[in-house]
Design a protein around this ligand. Structure first.
Ligand code: MLT
Length: 394
């Protein structure tokens, strides 16, 4: 028996696990210190009441013979796919139900989708980048090329002058909080159509774009239905990090080498996946009701308020940053540090704030740092107070 040697090319542990271990070690030595968590983008607000009610009702259904549900349809229940299709219709995107696949989260689908692509494909990922895109391809042994993000391009790399088969884009971006406009995305669609490439478009943070005129779906760009897959999540928009539900859109028009990618994914899913539970899909359906939409919007407003306070504090301290407007993430230049892991420890030990070192998102992240607005307003206020105190001493 041989193991997959590609794993030896990975960092010893996944970014957020490494951070958890460092934090746990610190907390063990300092059990009385109250840490302020602005690291991994995990939500802090509870589920919206409409979602909780839907879970209760679904549990009742499961307890009665007449309404009990066993294995569900492999792509997800039509009631949820219809709700997702209606959401896209509001964005001006028409989808058939066969183009929508309900998932147990964006991260899972982003990794699982690789099953339908050859291992010879050249993968392009932005740098800095959400580490799961890189790690999942390293596990499969695909060659990876980087699209450099920097202050000069506002961390929004455009199409490269080399050929790439699979290209990951995330907008609003994790980790930088930057978001592509229509013209920039159109350039990516043109590139993908010209190169016969595929865009893997991660729209997990699209809900934060409400109120802007920036595209919330790659399918708002003409031609994208022939070169893109969109992966979305209810984790951040509706607090589903612990519930697990998302959706992936694979247009029927998307073909490569004469093969429908939609058909390949359906084949893959019906073999390796038994769907998302009925309870979770009912919970997700509630997110798209007028009541659920209003309630989740209120929750997002809390995170937006936190991001505003964080942005004001950084501005006041003269710390350069990006994001934080249509995004829950703020990407800052480490004040007084070139090494972002050293700044991580400095912040943890002296301000009791947990953030994420930019280097954890790739070499171009070195010297930068990510703070997340997913917290309570009280904890955010306290963290900013502690940050202010720390940096007025630098
Ligand atoms: C992050 O903090 O980058 C995200 O919360 C991680 C994730 O969504 O898996």
């Amino acid at each position: 028996m041989k193991v997959n040697q590609n794993f030896s090319r990975l960092e010893q542990s996944y970014l957020f696990i490494r951070i958890n271990q460092m934090v746990a070690a610190y907390q063990e030595k300092h059990p009385d210190v109250q840490l302020l968590r602005m690291g991994i983008g995990d939500v802090t607000q509870p589920l919206a009441p409409a979602v909780v009610e839907a879970i209760h009702r679904a549990a009742e259904d499961m307890g009665r013979a007449e309404t009990f549900h066993g294995y569900g349809p492999e792509q997800g229940y039509p009631f949820l796919r219809e709700a997702v299709a209606a959401y896209y219709r509001e964005k001006g995107v028409e989808l058939s139900l066969e183009e929508i696949f309900i998932s147990d989260g964006a991260k899972n689908d982003l990794g699982n989708l690789l099953d339908i692509f050859s291992q010879d494909n050249v993968v392009a990922v932005p740098n800095p980048v959400y580490p799961a895109y890189v790690d999942t391809n390293v596990m499969d042994g695909r060659p990876i090329r980087y699209l450099e993000g920097a202050m000069e391009n506002q961390f929004l790399p455009g199409p490269p002058d080399f050929h790439a088969d699979l290209i990951y884009l995330c907008s609003p971006n994790n980790p930088t909080g930057a978001a592509y406009d229509r013209q920039q995305l159109a350039a990516w669609v043109d590139y993908a159509l010209e190169h016969d490439s595929l865009l893997l478009y991660d729209a997990a943070y699209e809900a934060f774009l409400e109120g802007s005129d920036l595209p919330t779906s790659i399918f708002q760009i003409p031609g994208a239905e022939r070169c893109a897959i969109e992966i979305c999540s209810l984790s951040k928009s509706a607090g589903f990090t612990g519930v697990r539900c998302g959706y992936t859109v694979i247009p029927k028009a998307l073909e490569r080498e004469g093969t429908s990618l939609n058909a390949l994914w359906l084949r893959r899913q019906s073999t390796k996946h038994n769907g998302v539970s009925y309870l979770v899909q009912r919970a997700a359906q509630a997110v798209f009701t007028p009541e659920g939409r209003a309630q989740t919007r209120q929750i997002l407003d809390i995170y937006r308020g936190n991001a505003r306070l964080m942005a004001d504090t950084l501005r006041e301290l003269g710390i350069a940053f990006w994001g934080g407007v249509y995004s829950p993430y703020l990407w800052l230049r480490c004040p007084g540090f070139d090494d972002s892991w050293a700044y991580f420890s400095y912040l943890l030990e002296n301000a009791h704030i947990i953030g994420t070192p930019g280097a954890g998102f790739g070499s171009a992240g070195e010297g930068f740092f990510r703070l997340s607005a997913f917290n309570t307003p009280e904890a955010t206020r306290q963290a900013m107070e502690q940050l202010r105190r720390l940096h007025s001493n630098i």
